[in-house]
Design a protein. Structure first.
Lengths: 100, 507
């Protein structure tokens, strides 16, 4: 039996990796993936806590997060597609029409 | 809980959702090229009905629905009315703005409004999250609605990436709160905190939620997306998204802090908000000083105004809640008005961008120039405008709570803000230089009737709030007291909280 704390530490590490990747990576798709990683770290936290409290409500929350993440991905990929069409690039450093 | 009670509580949201769906269906069968204006009027009618229903709910007392995850009280109704009014003004201003895909635009605005309204009346963090995402996803699309414009798509992607990033923080906060208390309902969290073995985790949870919501309200240091997104997005959409989602996020912040985490509202938490407020005001106003693009300047000004709202919030007192509600409303009125002027002045192509482009606006179009001047004076906080009373209540709430230095920083910031608002004002009233790019002006500028009505409504609301704030202040006080009543109540026993946690126990 793996203690709950292990799952929490793993989730915290995943979340931190997600933040780091969000800040370091320059490709829009990779940045988007790092956000998904963060969301999944949250999901893992929820499941671990649901196990700890002997409840299902935490696991139900995970389903909501998944559904919303899917909706977000649909919109996000559409936006990424349209930025590639107008700019021919996915590098965030080159998406800078509005630098002041 | 009978189903009919649940129906009554969420009736405004239902009407708005059905109107949005209806618009999408009609849009699908309409021939391309036919006018989409009737759809816009349908959206306005739906929102008006929603507002009337919300107002009617005010007389029904506190309604709970869906196993206690929705709670309609004066606080949520105040924000329902705010969001509804902003949406009506925005729709009126954009009836003649979009040439194609207007049906989708109206539907998305309505769906976004549904999400924002859900946020304000949810007392279960799951519902708050769903509402937040409905409103965010709609506004991500709306930000990029000027198709083919490079800046519009860029604004959309920036808003999307940073908004989702913020959502992840908010969610992590919910997860930690769940871990610390065993519940995701606000009442359950407040009940679980007393017996919580991990108060540090609860504090971290609140801090994470603050980061997430701080992004949404564009409080410094989470403001970096704001200038780019506001500059690139269509002007009517900026008017909407700089006011309504922010107000909704503030409502969530108020409800979560006051009802969910009352034991944590200690000195430390107050100092954290103090810092955020001071930073937002200062960064917003100093950033606005050096801007040359009008929309960008208004974006920095919206960061500063989020700071003023946080001043009221950091008082952590009932007077502060009422002041924050009032400020959110007065800011919504003047900012929607200001962006309505920007919409009408520049048109779809956004021909007027820099301060230089606005030179002589009042001479070419006197009424538009005058309205802009009035709204800018309100943003400065000159007496007889809504902005004045908003600032007055905010700073007096801060002083009452003992935050004298914060009030002083705020007043200094208001002085700094005069400079850039008045710089735009003076360029609006200066004669244009003959050799300057006169071609940037639209040759036959005409403000359409609905846009004029929307603009007049926003300006009238700003004026009314400045001349007789009594009624609205009364409503704001009522809203704030309803929030206190619910937080003082003994929370209903959450279904799952009775089980004790079994940490690290092998099976």
């Amino acid at each position: 039996m793996v203690p709950t704390a292990y799952y929490l530490v793993l989730a915290a590490m995943l979340f931190s990796i997600g933040i780091a990747a969000f800040l370091i990576k320059r490709n829009v798709i990779t940045i988007f993936i790092s956000i998904e990683l963060m969301l999944n770290a949250v999901n893992l936290t929820f499941v671990a806590f649901a196990h700890m409290w002997h409840q299902v409500s935490g696991q139900i929350f995970v389903f909501f997060v998944m559904v919303v993440a899917a909706a977000e991905a649909a919109v996000g990929l559409a936006i990424i597609l349209s930025i590639f069409r107008t700019r021919q690039t996915l590098n965030v450093d080159e998406i800078d029409l509005m630098k002041s | 809980m009978p189903l009919s009670a649940s129906l009554t509580a969420l009736l405004p949201e239902y009407v708005l959702t059905l109107t949005g769906v209806l618009i999408m269906l009609i849009e699908a069968v309409l021939k391309p090229g036919t006018s989409r204006k009737p759809l816009g009027w349908l959206a306005i009618a739906g929102t008006t009905v929603t507002g009337i229903l919300s107002f009617y709910q005010l007389h029904l007392g506190v309604l709970t629905a869906f196993s206690g995850s929705i709670q309609v009280d004066a606080f949520s109704i105040f924000f329902h009315l705010l969001i509804g009014s902003v949406v009506v003004a925005t729709l009126l201003g954009s009836l003649d703005y979009f040439e194609s895909n207007a049906g989708e635009y109206y539907a998305l605005v309505l769906f976004g409004a549904v999400g924002m309204m859900l946020m304000t009346c949810s007392v279960e963090l799951l519902m708050v999250f769903v509402g937040l995402e409905i409103s965010s996803i709609s506004t991500y699309i709306l930000a990029g609605f000027r198709k083919g414009e490079g800046t519009a798509v860029e604004s959309s992607i920036k808003y999307f990436l940073l908004g989702s990033f913020a959502t992840a923080f908010f969610l992590y906060g919910i997860a930690l709160a769940y871990g610390a208390t065993g519940s995701t309902s606000i009442a359950g969290i407040s009940a679980g905190l007393g017996s919580s073995a991990t108060p540090r985790m609860a504090f971290l949870a609140l801090a994470m939620m603050l980061i997430g919501l701080g992004f949404k309200v564009s409080a410094a240091p989470f403001h970096l997306w704001t200038p780019d997104v506001y500059q690139g997005a269509p002007a009517p959409v900026v008017g909407l998204m700089s006011t309504a989602p922010k107000a909704a996020a503030f409502a969530v912040l108020l409800r979560v802090t006051f009802c969910g985490f009352p034991p944590l509202m200690q000195h430390r938490w107050s100092m954290l908000l103090w810092g955020l407020a001071a930073l937002s005001m200062t960064i917003g106003n100093l950033g606005a000083l050096k801007q040359t693009n009008v929309k960008r300047m208004l974006a920095y000004s919206s960061i500063a105004h989020a700071g003023y709202l946080l001043v009221a919030f950091s008082a952590l007192a009932p007077a502060g809640i009422a002041a924050a509600c009032f400020y959110a409303l007065s800011y919504a009125a003047m900012n929607v008005g200001a962006f309505a002027v920007v919409t009408q002045a520049g048109g779809y192509k956004e021909t007027l961008r820099s301060f230089e482009d606005y030179r002589g606006l009042a001479i070419r179009r006197p009424v538009l120039g005058f309205l802009l001047a009035f709204l800018l004076l309100s943003l400065v906080g000159i007496p007889f405008t809504g902005g004045f009373f908003g600032k007055f209540y905010v700073f007096s709430a801060a002083i009452q709570a003992g935050h004298v230095w914060l009030a002083i920083i705020g007043l200094i910031n208001s002085g700094v803000a005069c400079y850039y608002y008045l710089r735009l004002l003076s360029s609006v009233y200066t004669k244009p230089v003959e050799s300057a790019s006169v071609a940037t002006f639209d040759p036959t500028p005409v403000v359409s009737v609905p846009a004029g009505i929307g603009l007049a409504l926003a300006a009238a609301a700003t004026l009314m709030l400045g001349i007789m704030p009594g009624h609205v202040l009364h409503l704001a006080n009522y809203a704030s007291s309803s929030l206190r009543i619910t937080s003082a109540q003994v929370p209903p026993s959450a279904p799952f909280t009775s089980v004790t946690p079994l940490t690290n126990q092998p099976k």
